[in-house]
Design a protein around this ligand. Structure first.
Ligand code: F6P
Length: 323
C-alpha cells in the first residue's frame, strides 16, 4: 500500500486539542516526505473539494489554539451513498490515497464507509464527551473538564455566600463521563449521569439532607445533559424540599479554550501515530489509549465495543457524598 498524499479532517463537535493533532499529522507526514492536505468543514469538504495544501507554516502557532483551524461540520450528505461516492471521486481526482479523520463515532462511521471504496483511513478520537468505547481518553476531554471545573468553582463561591443550591448542567450528549469526572473534582453533593438509574429521593434529596446534617448550607448538583434538564431537576428539588436552586447550563463554553498540556501532548502523540500506522501499511484503524499507552484497533471492532462509567468512580462518589 503506497501512501503519498494524506488528507486530514476534523468532524463533529470541535474539541480542544484538535489543532495540535492536525499539526502532528502534518509534521509527521512532511518528516517522512509525504504530502498533507487539510480537508475543511469535515466530510463536507471531501464532497465539495474544499481542500488546502498544508505545509510547515500552515500549522505554526496552532498548538495552543482551541477549536479547529480546519473548521468542522456534521455532514448528513456524507451519510448517503451518493455523498460517499462524491467524496471518493474527490480523493481519486486529487490523488488522496489516505484520510485521517479526527472526531467521534459518527466520524469513524464515515471513515469506515470510505474505506469500502479502497481509501486508507485512520480515525483519531476527538470529543469532549469521552464517549468512544475503544479508548479511555479522547482529545478535548481534559480541557473541557478543567473548564467546567473552573466554572463550578466560581459558582461555588457565590452559592456558598448565599447559602444556595446550584444545579449545573454539563455536556456529554448521551454519556456521563464528563459530568462524573467534573462532579468528583468539584466535590458535588450529587451527580446525575444517564448510565446510572436515578432514584430522585435517594440520589438527590437525601444527599442534600445528608450534606445539611454534615453542616453544609450550600449544595452543588451536577447533571449530565443526557440525564435530564437542569431546570427540571431544580423544579423537582423546589417541590420536594422548598429550596430555590439556581440553574447554570455550562453549554458550549466547555468546548472552547486553549488545550491543556495533557490534551496537547496526547493529541500530538495520536496524530503522530496515525501517520506511522499508514506508513506501516495499516488502514481501517482507530488510534486509542490502552492501559496507559497508545495502540490501535480495527474501526469495525472499535465501533462495536461498549464502555460505561467506571464502577470505581460510582463507588468513590457514593463515599464522598455520604450515602
Ligand atoms: O459531542 C460534543 C457535544 O458538545 C455534546 O456534548 C453536545 O451534546 C453536542 O456536541 C452539542 O452539539 P452542537 O454543537 O451541534 O450544539
Amino acid at each position: 500500500m503506497s501512501v503519498r498524499r494524506i488528507g486530514v479532517l476534523t468532524s463533529g463537535g470541535d474539541a480542544p486539542g484538535m489543532n495540535p493533532c492536525v499539526r502532528a499529522v502534518v509534521r509527521t507526514a512532511l518528516y517522512h516526505g509525504v504530502e498533507c492536505y487539510g480537508i475543511r468543514r469535515g466530510w463536507n469538504g471531501l464532497i465539495n473539494g474544499d481542500i488546502v495544501r498544508l505545509d510547515e507554516k500552515s500549522v505554526a502557532h496552532t498548538i495552543n489554539r482551541g477549536g479547529t483551524i480546519l473548521y468542522t461540520a456534521r455532514s448528513s450528505e456524507f451519510m448517503t451513498e451518493e455523498g460517499q461516492r462524491k467524496a471518493v471521486s474527490t480523493c481519486k481526482f486529487l490523488g488522496l490515497d489516505s484520510i485521517i479523520a479526527i472526531g467521534g463515532d459518527g466520524t469513524f462511521r464515515g471513515a469506515l464507509a470510505l474505506s469500502k471504496y479502497g481509501i486508507n483511513v485512520i480515525g483519531i478520537p476527538g470529543t469532549i464527551d469521552n464517549d468512544i468505547s475503544c479508548t479511555n481518553y479522547c482529545i478535548g476531554f481534559d480541557t473541557a473538564a478543567n473548564t467546567a471545573i473552573e466554572c463550578i468553582d466560581k459558582l461555588r463561591d457565590t452559592m456558598q455566600s448565599h447559602e444556595r443550591c446550584s444545579v449545573v448542567e454539563v455536556m456529554g450528549r448521551n454519556a456521563g463521563y464528563l459530568a462524573m469526572y467534573v462532579g468528583l473534582a468539584c466535590g458535588a453533593t450529587a451527580v446525575l449521569v444517564p448510565e446510572e438509574p436515578i432514584d430522585f429521593e435517594k440520589d438527590v434529596i437525601e444527599k442534600i439532607r445528608q450534606a445539611r446534617f454534615n453542616g453544609f448550607t450550600h449544595y452543588m448538583i451536577v447533571v449530565a445533559e443526557g440525564a435530564g434538564k437542569a431546570t427540571e431537576i431544580a423544579a423537582r428539588i423546589k417541590e420536594a424540599i422548598d429550596l430555590d436552586p439556581r440553574v447554570t447550563v455550562l453549554g458550549h463554553i466547555q468546548r472552547g479554550g486553549s488545550p491543556s498540556g495533557r490534551d496537547r501532548v496526547n493529541a500530538t502523540k495520536m496524530g503522530y501515530l496515525a501517520v506511522e500506522l499508514l506508513l506501516q501499511g495499516k488502514t481501517n484503524r482507530i488510534v486509542c489509549t490502552h492501559e496507559g499507552g497508545f495502540t490501535d484497533v480495527d474501526i469495525d471492532e472499535g465501533l462495536a465495543m461498549k464502555k460505561s462509567i467506571q464502577q470505581m468512580e460510582v463507588d468513590v462518589l457514593a463515599a464522598m457524598t455520604g450515602i
